[in-house]
Ligand binder design. Structure first.
Ligand SMILES: NC(=O)c1ccc[n+]([C@@H]2O[C@H](COP(=O)([O-])OP(=O)(O)OC[C@H]3O[C@@H](n4cnc5c(N)ncnc54)[C@H](O)[C@@H]3O)[C@@H](O)[C@H]2O)c1
Length: 314
């Protein structure tokens, strides 16, 4: 199957990621079916997609007629018939190996042999999931980033058995919907983006725990310094500009002092134990009570959008 042959896409799982991915596919002209076990999840997805298209109209990104056409391309179902007619299935169900494995065992039997099956898993092993897939050469990771209507990156993660044809088709499809795909050649835990994100988080928490800087300080250092650079350049480009001789000298005394703890940091474990899960619990490293959760989410989305637009990424 090549990207140009893809017409009907099933998005399995109507949660935080699924509804948003479905809306993007429909915006680019694909026929989309959203499948979920729970009718309530489908109803919620329909409401959020309607709100999303209203926002696109209000922002002048699409007309009301285009919004109506977009909405008409999406259908919602708890029935499995949709799997028999799709060209691509993107699975975005709960992040549990046992649930995903039994899903693939059943669904890969229902899909046509040339249909592509892609998983939005954040970090489960593509090879372990592939073991439950009939014809695993058509199975691949398609890892989107939240909020997926704003963040351009999609990691395309190959398993050992993924064919070139499958990898190329999913990469080309991602480009066709305006995304910036990167093919990850090997299935390693966390793929690439989460490995880098967690390396940064581990060091940031270590610096806070050892009293070098407070939480606000570490976030300010990222936002006003490193983050601004990283929005424009990758770490290897930054090293080229800094001078690889200087970076080599620094690495030779600094690397040995960086945190290399294998367990989650004590501060993260403590907040986790207290149920302080961050914005969704209204408490994490910061306080999000009294409406600050909604305000912080709005401010974040506005900032992401402004930066992405300014850099021409959207
Ligand atoms: N939330 C994020 O920031 C994010 C980012 C990237 C990737 N992901 C990945 O995307 C996937 C979904 O995450 P989410 O945050 O959207 O989850 P979610 O909990 O919001 O939604 C999951 C949905 O899957 C449905 N579901 C569960 N089991 C099912 C089954 N067997 N068949 C059909 N539907 C089923 C649930 O009813 C629910 O609607 C996970 O693999 C997650 O790791 C999440």
């Amino acid at each position: 199957m090549e990207a140009q042959e893809i017409e009907h896409i099933v998005v399995a799982g109507a949660g935080t990621m699924g509804y948003s991915m479905a809306q993007i596919f429909a915006r680019y002209g694909y026929q989309v079916t959203i499948y979920d076990l729970a009718q309530a999840a489908l109803d919620n997805a329909a409401t959020r997609i309607a709100q999303g298209t209203d926002n696109l109209v209000a922002d002048g990104d699409i007309t009301r007629d285009e919004s109506d056409e977009l909405l008409a391309r999406i259908s919602y179902t708890c029935e499995k018939d949709c799997f028999g007619t799709c060209d691509l299935m993107v699975e975005s169900i709960v992040e549990r190996l046992d649930v995903k494995t039994s899903f693939y065992r059943e669904i890969s039997e229902l899909t046509r042999p040339n249909a592509i099956l892609a998983t939005n898993t954040s970090g489960l092993s593509i090879n372990e999931l592939a073991a439950a897939v009939k014809l695993p050469q058509r199975f691949i990771g398609m890892h989107w980033f939240n909020p997926s209507h704003i963040i351009p990156l999609i990691e395309i993660v190959r398993g050992d058995e993924t064919s070139d044809e499958t990898a190329n088709a999913v990469r080309d499809l991602a480009r066709a919907i305006g995304k910036k795909p990167v093919v990850v050649q090997k299935d390693v835990p966390g793929f690439v983006a989460n490995r880098i994100q967690f390396a940064v988080l581990r060091e940031a928490l270590h610096l806070v725990e050892t009293g070098v800087v407070d939480a606000q300080g570490v976030d300010d250092i990222m936002r006003h310094g490193l983050g601004l650079r990283y929005a424009c350049l990758g770490p290897l480009q930054i090293a080229d500009f800094g001078g690889l001789d200087t970076f080599h000298h620094i690495a030779s005394y600094l690397n040995a002092d960086l945190c290399n703890a294998a367990e989650p940091s004590p501060l993260l474990a403590q907040l986790f134990g207290e149920g302080a899960y961050g914005v969704k619990a209204q408490r994490g490293f910061y306080d999000y009570t009294q409406g600050r959760d909604v305000e912080a989410t709005r401010e974040r989305d506005e900032a992401y959008l402004a930066v992405a637009k300014a850099l021409g990424k959207l």
